[in-house]
Design a binder for this molecule. Sequence first.
Ligand SMILES: Nc1ncnc2c1ncn2[C@@H]1O[C@H](COP(=O)(O)OP(=O)(O)OP(=O)(O)O)[C@@H](O)[C@H]1O
Length: 232
Amino acid sequence: MELRAESLSLQHGPRTVLESIDARFPPGTRALLLGRSGSGKTTLLKALAGLLLPSRGRITWDGQDVAKLTAPERRKQQAAFGFVFQTDALFDSLTVRQNVMQPLLRRHVPEPEARERTEAVLKSVGLTDAADTLPERLSGGMKKRAGLARALAAKPAVLLADDPFAGLDPGTARQVARVLLDVAGTGTLLVAAPEAPLDLPLPRWLYLRAGRLVHDGAPAPELERTPDEALA
Ligand SMILES: Nc1ncnc2c1ncn2[C@@H]1O[C@H](COP(=O)(O)OP(=O)(O)OP(=O)(O)O)[C@@H](O)[C@H]1O
């Protein structure tokens, strides 16, 4: 699926959180979305996924204006997305395996296939031994990997990961980066982070400053050293 933001602006109440953003994400895009805390990264990911509607401008999926879809049409298309949000949303009463498998069964993936995919993805994130464990017994890094496993098991055409490295030690962050690169396959991978993760060398960087896109192109490490004010 091709995602596109066209003159996208988004307000929360009186506050403009995203301002006149234009960006194209053809299928197979691999990009980092960078910017300080509060610059609008989460909001842009949510807008691209149709979870927040623009105040001005539009988001299109394969050329269709998301705001013009009916709610059921939008939900149907959203099945192509996988999200890894900052706060892991695992169900406390389900084991790790059940947490990964449940969304597949809800989408009517036949049980043997759901089971197979679940085991494969748990293995790739290094959680096979923790499959029968309840989330409360996992470390923060393991919870993060379980959330990632759940998103990846659905084989999303578009994977949006919001700061998947927050709070991880370097070893676990490296493992999460490897899984993101391996498992995202040929789909689109868009990863938001406050600074470029060393272990995730993606070829395109988008840099947000106070809701404006100030760079969209090749990796530009100097951006991270430039005070935001100088990018205005
Ligand atoms: N529901 C909301 N209502 C009002 N303001 C909001 C809402 N959600 C986000 N904001 C504001 O919009 C701005 C951008 O928030 P957003 O979460 O997109 O930034 P971010 O770059 O992802 O930050 P972080 O890296 O800290 O997660 C912030 O100033 C935030 O306070």
